[in-house]
Write a protein that binds this ligand. Structure first.
Ligand code: PEP
Ligand code: MN
Length: 336
């Protein structure tokens, strides 16, 4: 079992827990993770013993098993966590549409697409200012200039924005402009970065690594929770498989599985998951039917001219046609 104590538990409170845990006849292992103290015992936490520990002061929770995460676990917290991005709530009844370009390219591009995705029903604007590109010679994003444009458009249209942060030293800068911090697929195991966003009080959109196992992905979220930030949204965005016909393979059952294993909201990114604009609507609808709490969709006014990920961008008109279908599927599975 794993016992999690509050970070401000005193030595005597920790001592009392260790004494109680010592009754199992095995030595407990104590470690610290961010704002929590964690005690591991190689015995089950089911039954009276676990209940007695659960009732002790400063014990946040007791979970069974030996997974690499506790705070993110559904066993640790039964109720769904709601994540608030300004006035938008993820993890409630609404399937939240987040849309915008892969990268912020110019004021005209951003304003034009933002107005149209808002009209189509998007509640959060996406757009990268720092872009993780495979080639160092590819467009790397506008950097702080892009962040300023996002903040400007956000103010003007009253639309919260999510944007990627790639390095721990960028966190303060990005957090000044953005409403939600995105951790990209390639950064899912950048542990110093996870800790740094965990120390902010900004909501975090954590993308699954393209080669992350489910438990590794949840453990990445645990790094953020362990620092005291529980405003984390998990995003399934496709994984690497043997098939290279699509850009990635959309793991649609990861959505209900993650929702069983954790209490965090789970969204899907059908754009990166498929890499093909023509497949985005079906993947978006499948994700909605599978219980996604939101969708992150790339949209560009002129996909052929996009500086990144044009092949997977839907036009704002296509998004406007897709949005009512998403609402219809959402309604069919008891969501709004
Ligand atoms: C993106 O959202 O533009 C992006 C780079 O996503 P991912 O990290 O999932 O590849
Ligand atoms: Mn992209």
């Amino acid at each position: 079992m794993i016992i999690v104590l509050e970070g401000d538990a005193t030595d005597s409170e920790i001592g009392a827990v260790l004494k109680e845990a010592g009754r199992f006849g095995t030595a407990p292992a104590v470690s610290r993770a961010g704002s929590a103290t964690v005690v591991r015992l190689p015995v089950s936490g089911k039954g009276d013993a676990g209940d007695r520990l659960r009732a002790m002061p400063q014990v946040r929770g007791v979970v069974d098993g030996d997974l690499p995460y506790v705070l993110a676990s559904r066993d640790f917290k039964r109720e769904d966590t709601l994540v608030r991005v300004r006035d938008v709530v993820l993890g409630g009844r609404e399937v939240v549409l987040m849309a915008g370009p892969c990268a912020v390219e110019s004021r005209d591009q951003l304003f034009s697409v933002a107005k149209q995705v808002k009209a189509a029903g998007a509640r959060i604007l996406r757009g990268g200012a720092f872009k993780p590109r495979t080639s160092p010679y590819a467009f790397q994003g506008l950097g702080e200039e892009g962040l300023k444009l996002l903040a400007e458009v956000s103010r003007e249209l009253d639309l919260p924005v999510v944007t990627e942060v790639m390095a721990p030293e960028q966190v303060d800068l990005v957090a000044r402009y953005a409403d939600m911090l995105q951790i990209g697929s390639r950064s899912v195991q950048n542990f110093p970065l996870l800790k740094a966003v965990g120390r902010t009080r900004k909501p975090v959109l954590l993308k699954r690594g393209m080669a992350s196992e489910i438990d590794e992905f949840i453990a990445a979220a645990e790094y953020i929770l362990a620092e005291g930030n529980d405003q984390v949204v998990l995003c399934e965005r496709g994984i690497r498989t043997f098939d290279s016909r699509t850009r990635f393979t959309f793991d649609v059952v990861a959505i209900p599985l993650l929702k069983r294993l954790t209490h965090l909201p789970v969204v899907a990114d059908p754009s990166h998951a498929t890499g093909m604009a023509a497949l985005v609507p079906q993947a978006a609808l499948a994700a909605t039917a599978a219980g996604a709490d939101g969708l992150l969709i790339e949209s560009h006014p002129d996909p052929r001219e996009a500086l990144s990920d044009g092949r997977q961008a839907v036009t704002p008109e296509e998004l406007a046609r897709l949005a009512p279908q998403i609402r219809a599927v959402a309604a069919a599975v008891g969501r709004a």
